[in-house]
Design a binder for this molecule. Sequence first.
Ligand code: TRP
Length: 459
Amino acid sequence: MENRENFGTKLGAILAAAGSAVGLGNVWRFPIETGENGGAAFIIIYILCIIALGLPIMISEFLIGRHTHSNTAGAYRILANGTKWKWVGRLGVFTGWLILCYYGVVGGWTLHYTALSATNAFKGVPASQFGDIFNNLVSDPCVPALWLLLFTAITHYVITQGVQSGIEKFSKIMMPTLFIITIMLTVCSLMLPGASEGVRFLLMPDWSKVTSTTILEAMGQAFFSLSLGMGCLCNYASYFEPSTPLAKTALNVSVIDTVIAIMAGFIIFPSVFNIGMDPNEVGAGASLTFVSLPNVFQQAFGDGSILAVIFSTLFYFLLFVAALTSAISLHEVATAYITEEFNMPRKKGATIITCSIFVFGLLCSLSFGPLSGITLFGRNIFSMFDDLSGMILLPLGGMLIAIFAGWVLDRQLYREEITNSGEIRAPYFRLLIFALRYVAPIAIGLVFLDQLGAFNFLK
Ligand code: TRP
């Protein structure tokens, strides 16, 4: 790769990787799982998973990417030429593409809800009708498709601008915006009457809710939230300068991701407690975000009041920004793959990916309406994309990456890279290798088996 671009600055590299990590997983999935799994107890387990699994795998993905300066599929081909390991890279590209297809649909919903909030459309809506508003949106054949088109078009635009003037420049604008909105919303939410109950819930561990499933969920969430298991960060790391410190960057990205996730909890739970709702009853998945929360915000800040409008608009805009920077990182994996492996100009490669994710995204979107009859294992098309990638392919990919980094990669090469050829000290090196060889494959293997069970193939 002669004229391959790099990120211009170390800060740009961190912000781009953090943009990938901070996504719907932080603002949406993390608070829900915290709510269902004993508040602080879940947060503590989650942080342990980040340290024991997340960091070692993230460092390895960075290392593989930076060392090979290649797209994810190319990276494994270069490091283990002529072996079956090249399939790990290809599997990653496919997994990312699958995630991207349904992720854009949700990205479109966040745009719709930003618009509804900004126009004060939730004013005076009775609590019982928020479900209908959401169901009418997702089952409509046209409206979500138009928002999906807009979301995909913005992603496409950034990608076509290239690594430095597209991804990096955009991350440098969007990530600070995201931090500022998160802080504003957190402060606002903490000032609500009764907020202290929400805070207590997030800080006082309730260990009675913790079961083995909690631990498995925390691992799965750590993986998804840190964008691990498919080479997304490996691909971004292929644009790192040789002097970028790998472990420190991984630590920065993990801390940013975790702080934003916990702050999302501080945005959501004070309002939930303020209106006297039980955190276990706010509903799972999409219904928390698009059914409970719009109502919670109206009631907590005053129905139709200017504060409710601002809070709710900023919240959905935050979700949109978070989703967008993650979608960009996923798009880049696929774009880098086809442009480099099939020797195409970047614009052409990006256009092929954009068209394909729009078409399959459309199928995902329509699977809540006209195509709801098409199901496999009791899932509509959207859930099939979601579950196949999240429950099966990501843990599988993560396990293979850990095994590759721990057992296959040359130990000396690993040490060279992690110390930037002796410039940085790495006293944790043995611990890292131990985590990669034993802890990660076993732990992820357990998650995997658990999720296969949840998938109920044989039923
Ligand atoms: N981490 C993002 C989130 O929290 C989603 C994401 C982006 C992702 N790239 C990924 C998840 C790669 C798994 C793998 O929403």
